[in-house]
Design a binder for this molecule. Structure first.
Ligand SMILES: [Zn+2]
Length: 209
C-alpha cells in the first residue's frame, strides 16, 4: 500500500518531469504493461479533476496505465457519484491520497461567475446542476472588492471551488471520514496552471519536514 505522503511525492515528481518538458519514456503504456494489468490494478492515488481537454490527469502527472484512479467532471464538482467513486477507490484499492485538481482559466468557474453577474434564463437543467454546485463557494467573492478585478476574481473563485470540493469530500462520506481518522487517508486540493504546467498543492498538505 502507498501511504498518502508517498503518493503525494510521486505526483509531485511526475508533475515536475512534465512541467520541465522531460516526461519519462519508459514502458508505462506499452503492451506488456497492459497485459500485466488486465486482471488487477493497484492505483496509488485518486484524482477528481476537471474535464478540460488541457488537463489530462495522467499526462500532467507523468503517470501510466494502472497508476491513477481518475474521476473527471466539468468544474471538478462533487456530487454523490463522485463521492461514491472515491469511496470505491479507497475501499477496493486501499488508496490513501485523494486529490481535487482544479485549474486556472476553468470554463465551469467562468460560466458560474457570468451566470451570477448577469443571470440569464437557464438553457439546460443538466448544465445548471454543475453551475449550482460551483455557485455556493464563489458567490461570496462577489460581495468583496474582487468583483472589480475580473482576473483576481477568477483566480480566487477557482481556489474557492477546489477548497469547497475538498471539504465536501472530507465530510460528505462517513467512510472517507473514518479512513482519514484511522488509516491516514488524506484529501488535498491542488491547482494546475495552464500556463506553466505546474500543479500547486495548496489545501490540506502537511508542511515539509
Ligand atoms: Zn475546468
Amino acid at each position: 500500500m502507498t501511504t498518502a505522503l508517498q503518493a503525494l511525492e510521486r505526483l509531485r515528481e511526475g508533475n515536475g518531469r512534465f512541467a520541465r518538458g522531460d516526461p519519462s519514456h519508459d514502458s508505462r503504456s506499452d503492451r506488456a504493461r497492459r497485459g500485466g494489468l488486465a486482471s488487477s490494478q493497484q492505483p496509488f492515488a485518486a484524482i477528481l479533476g476537471c474535464s478540460d481537454s488541457r488537463v489530462p490527469v495522467e499526462i500532467v502527472f507523468d503517470q501510466g496505465l494502472g497508476d491513477l484512479f481518475v474521476i473527471r467532471v466539468a468544474g471538478n464538482v462533487v456530487a454523490p457519484s463522485q463521492i461514491g467513486s472515491v469511496e470505491f477507490a479507497a475501499e477496493q484499492f486501499s488508496i490513501r491520497l485523494v486529490v481535487v485538481l482544479g485549474h486556472s482559466g476553468c470554463g465551469a468557474i467562468k460560466a458560474t461567475l457570468e451566470q451570477l453577474q448577469r443571470p440569464r434564463e437557464s438553457q439546460s437543467r443538466n448544465l445548471d446542476s454543475i453551475v449550482n454546485r460551483v455557485r455556493p463557494s464563489v458567490q461570496p467573492l462577489l460581495d468583496t472588492e474582487l468583483r472589480r478585478d475580473p482576473d483576481a476574481l477568477m483566480r480566487h473563485a477557482v481556489r474557492a471551488n477546489i477548497r469547497a470540493a475538498v471539504s465536501h469530500l472530507r465530510h460528505g462520506s462517513q467512510m472517507i471520514e473514518h479512513l482519514a481518522r484511522t488509516e491516514g487517508l488524506m484529501v488535498v486540493g491542488a491547482e494546475y496552471s495552464l500556463e506553466t504546467g505546474v500543479v500547486d498543492f495548496f489545501d490540506g498538505v502537511p508542511p515539509p519536514g
